[in-house]
Design a protein around this ligand. Structure first.
Ligand code: ATP
Ligand code: MG
Length: 180
């Protein structure tokens, strides 16, 4: 499993459609301060299901939409698409590539797609449970995260280990069946 492609439109400083094709292995993104390196990571977190604008370094969800410059008008919506290589079937869908798209309009409406089929946000979040990917996964480690893990409460640390061990989906299923 690896990130093959990232397509961004209207997300934060990415006013134009921008496509990144990644190879297997390590990719390094470099550039001067304020040129959008962290915005790129925010875009990945967002498409994986983040619902908290603060995780995306903003005050409200609308802040993720390109809000214009001296020369450009603000945009009315944003979308982000990621394509994951799923040759190893880490994600339980029988396709060797999985694309995920999230769209957000200034009016507040959202759209979500898995392999171009419209779905709910929950479907995207569920897809990544126990894979280490996803909005709560440990595959994206932001600035300050290591310190946060070291200083977390024992039950929070346990949550991280459970995600890594791949048992969160069973705990969720148990919880849902007990509710019924
Ligand atoms: P550093 O090296 O300092 O970490 P960086 O490359 O990570 O910098 P980012 O934080 O990704 O930089 O980008 C910050 C830039 O994104 C700022 O110039 C900010 O104005 C711009 N930006 C953030 N949100 C929006 C938005 N909604 N519309 C337009 N530009 C935005
Ligand atoms: Mg940064």
């Amino acid at each position: 499993m690896y990130l093959k492609r990232l397509e961004i439109y209207g997300f934060k400083s990415f006013a134009e459609k921008t496509v990144f094709d990644f190879e297997k292995g390590i990719t390094c993104v470099i550039g001067p301060n304020g040129t959008g390196k962290s915005n790129l990571v925010d875009a990945i977190l967002w498409v994986l299901g983040s619902q908290n604008p603060r995780d995306l370094r903003g005050g409200k969800m609308e802040d993720i939409i390109f809000n214009g410059t001296d020369k450009r008008k603000p945009l009315g919506f944003t979308y982000v698409t990621i394509v994951l290589d799923n040759a190893d079937r880490l994600i339980p869908i029988d396709h060797s590539e999985i694309s995920i798209t999230r769209k957000f309009y200034r009016s507040g409406e959202s759209e979500f797609y898995i392999n171009n089929v419209e779905c709910r946000l929950k479907d995207i979040v569920d897809l990544f449970t126990d894979t280490g990917l996803g909005k709560n996964g440990y595959s994206i480690i932001g600035q300050g995260k290591i310190e946060e893990i070291l200083n977390s409460r024992p039950d929070e640390k346990r949550g991280l280990f459970e995600e890594a061990a791949g048992i969160v989906k069973y705990k969720n299923k148990r919880y849902e069946s007990l509710k019924k």
